[in-house]
Design a protein. Structure first.
Ligand code: IVH
Length: 682
């Protein structure tokens, strides 16, 4: 490749990649697979290494970050970043409209927008290139966070179309809910304090000095205001539509309203609709559309008179911590739970909130009697996000995490490097026993749904079952007619449950049918720590019988692909416990499958003549396992799609180009579950 060719290709690649970024991050309509995208990026990275003199500072490779800032520079905003006056009621919005009509006598159009709850940002473009990104700061001066902002893929580094030579566009950077939850889960696991809400996570991310770390936070950005001397239109709405053409992500939900009643409708609709969005919206912004009118109205020192925010009810509340109780989970994990003075929070009364684990309690430095900040994010259980130390009583004592299991009294254990305490009494601690039973009967395990809905709790409390093997010795006379009064809970009143004749028959029928469940699921149902469905399947395939598995030494276990030391230790611990061996003996004599079934000959050709493409990743099988199943049942696994392909088995991350092609050729795209049904295996 000559130098000229390289320069050419680099330009071409940069444009191509940005086009795919736009398709994926702005339009949410990718046209190439992740793999194809990675190939393009890697090619560009290599060329930039070989020809650094041609590397563009706004190349899409900059989006992976790398530059480490020592300190963010303070820059002065060309146009002050004012804030919005807040309103909370219908009347206050009416007052706003009246105030405006005192100044403006002609017709007024309002633009309604969602109020994104993130971090405000000003982006400055010169000749179509992002040259600076500045946070709000105090409204007069903000921080230059350009390197970090360049990692946000929905923000164009270069513009397309007919844009003004120089302008600023403002918007909000935010973290979508699903990514926020993933990040927090990881933080909790690492013993770090989780972010209180997506807004804090977004602003924390923007302030990280190492931009490569910022690139790992999937931030997003929606823009809502255009500023400059030669911007195309004299009204807000048309300018936003224009900016969309240059490549910016503009909200799909902006609405031009001809009068205040249309504004009220918008407010009303979004109060419920916003809850379905994958990001936080804490209100609505109402703006006068015409720039001439905006100018006439002017602004105060703090905010513009031509716009207001209507804020929805707060989702945070402050209340008193009365006590802390500790819950024991199915696997013995101890979760501290705060008991609170009841407080109203986004429509429900909150009395309890999770405190996660000892590390987090310590970081919060929480004390009984403290006033705490409770937050309810979406559908998740409320959580404590902070303590108001200024309201702390002098006598408030620090909380000590319990040392014994509240259910069975065993001394709690905490493994090195883990933030959770747990109760080691797996076979004797009631919630763990009941938890194991619930797992045993669950759909993907023994699938005894006639025992669902709290029936296990009743049978256990009546002393009829002590471990999972007892299900198989239950008799009709034992369970027919048993009754129990269930105490009132927050959701339900006190109620009496009784097992009528029909219920008893159904329970026994379900138990009987479970005897047909294949060995791999029985193994999963046993509830061995770290043995999920996939591992159980691998063990069943490898060892064929439970006796072989019981006898297996450590090396034999770890030699199996994807079986690591943690799993091997857990499997051995399980079978070293004599009590488990007794349970297995009882299950075997009840008739449960303890061996892998020989392949059924009649099914061997069930997929004969059919060709399959496997694409993506799957919940229950690896691609190799699916391939093996196809072949075992007489089908063919092919690698490229054509008109003679019969089915595409699509999992997560299936390349969009494959799906497109299948659609074009009219080839059915089926899920892993449907495929398994075709084989007759469920
Ligand atoms: S316009 C004068 N539009 O709310 C108008 N702001 O409390 C200035 N915000 O700092 C802002 N969504 O961070 C505007 N659609 C939207 C918005 C929005 C969120 C934020 C912005 C601003 C804050 C004001």
């Amino acid at each position: 490749m000559t130098r000229d060719e390289a320069r050419h290709r680099m330009k071409e690649l940069a444009e191509l990649i940005e086009k795919h970024n736009y398709n994926y991050y702005v339009l949410s309509r990718p046209v190439i697979s992740d793999h194809e995208y990675d190939l393009l990026i890697n090619e560009l990275i290599e060329l930039e290494k070989a020809y650094p003199e041609y590397a563009d500072p706004n190349s899409p490779t900059q989006r992976v970050g790398g530059q480490v800032t020592k300190e963010f520079m303070t820059v002065t905003h060309k146009y002050p970043m004012l804030s919005l006056a807040n309103t909370y009621s219908h009347d206050e919005v009416l007052d706003f409209d009246k105030r405006i009509r005192k100044v403006i006598t002609s017709d007024i159009d309002y633009v309604c927008e969602l109020k994104y709850d993130g971090v405000a940002i000003g982006l400055i473009y010169v000749n179509g290139i992002l040259i600076r990104a500045v946070t709000r700061g105090d409204g007069i001066q903000g921080d230059d966070v350009t390197t970090n902002v360049k990692t946000i893929k929905s923000i164009p580094l270069k513009l397309k179309g007919n844009f003004p030579r120089e302008f600023e566009i403002r918007g909000e950077i935010f973290l979508p809910h699903d990514d926020f939850q993933k990040i927090n889960k990881k933080r909790i696991k690492n013993g770090e304090l989780p972010f209180a809400n997506p807004r804090n996570a977004a602003s924390g991310s923007l302030k990280i000095l190492d931009s490569a770390k910022v690139a790992k936070r999937p931030l997003d950005c929606t823009l809502y205001s255009l500023l400059g001397e030669d911007i195309p239109h004299r009204n807000h709405y048309d300018n936003l539509l224009e900016a969309k053409k240059w490549g910016f992500k503009i909200s799909e939900y902006i609405q031009l309203c001809r009068n205040i009643n249309e504004v009220f409708n918008y407010i009303k609709n979004w109060d419920t609709a916003r809850k379905k969005l994958n990001y936080d919206v804490d209100g609505i912004v109402i703006k006068v559309n015409s720039y001439v009118q905006q100018h006439q109205l002017g602004s105060t020192a703090k905010s513009s008179r031509w716009a207001i925010a209507y804020k929805y009810k707060a989702e945070e509340a402050s209340t008193k911590l009365l006590s802390i109780s500790y819950q024991v989970g199915r696997t013995g994990t101890i979760t501290p739970v705060a008991n609170l003075e009841p407080v109203q929070l986004s429509g429900t009364k909150v009395k309890r909130a999770s405190l996660h684990n000892a590390d987090i309690m310590k970081k919060l430095d929480i004390r009984i009697g403290d006033y705490v900040l409770v937050e309810k994010g979406g559908e998740i259980i409320p959580k404590i996000i902070g303590v108001d130390e200024s309201r702390r009583s002098r006598f408030a004592e620090p909380v000590r995490f319990i040392s014994n299991c509240p259910e069975c009294g065993s001394i709690l254990i905490r493994k090195e490097g883990e933030s959770n305490h747990y109760c080691p009494n797996e076979l004797g601690c009631p919630p763990q026993i009941k938890g194991r039973m619930e797992h045993f009967i669950s759909r993907r395990a023994m699938n005894i749904d006639s025992l669902g809905e709290g029936k296990i709790e009743i049978l256990y409390d009546k002393g009829l079952i002590h471990d999972i093997s007892d299900f198989y010795s239950l008799t009709f006379d034992q369970i027919n007619g048993i009754e129990k009064v269930l105490p009132a809970t927050e959701e339900k009143k006190e109620r009496k449950v009784s097992f009528k004749e029909k219920t008893a028959q159904n329970i026994l029928k379900g138990i009987e049918q479970s005897k047909d469940v294949p060995f791999e699921r029985v193994l999963y149902a046993l509830g061995i720590r770290h043995v999920g469905e996939n591992v159980a399947r691998k063990l069943a395939t490898h060892f064929m019988t439970i006796d072989n598995l019981i006898k297996a030494c450590f090396e034999e276990l770890t030699n199996i692909e994807e079986i690591g030391e943690k799993i091997a230790v857990s499997v051995q611990q399980f079978f070293n416990d004599e009590r488990n061996i007794i349970i297995i003996r009882k299950l075997r004599s009840a008739g449960l499958h303890m061996e892998t079934e020989k392949k059924d000959k009649s099914k061997a050709n069930i997929l004969k003549g059919k060709s399959f493409i496997i694409s993506g990743t799957f919940k229950n099988h690896t691609r190799d396992e699916l391939k093996e199943i196809i072949i075992n049942y007489g089908g063919r696994n092919v690698s490229s799609i054509s008109s003679i392909t019969d089915y595409v088995i699509a999992g997560d991350k299936t390349g969009p180009s494959k799906l497109e092609k299948a659609k074009k050729l009219g080839i059915p795209v089926i899920s892993e579950e449907i495929f398994m049904e075709m084989t007759g295996k469920n």
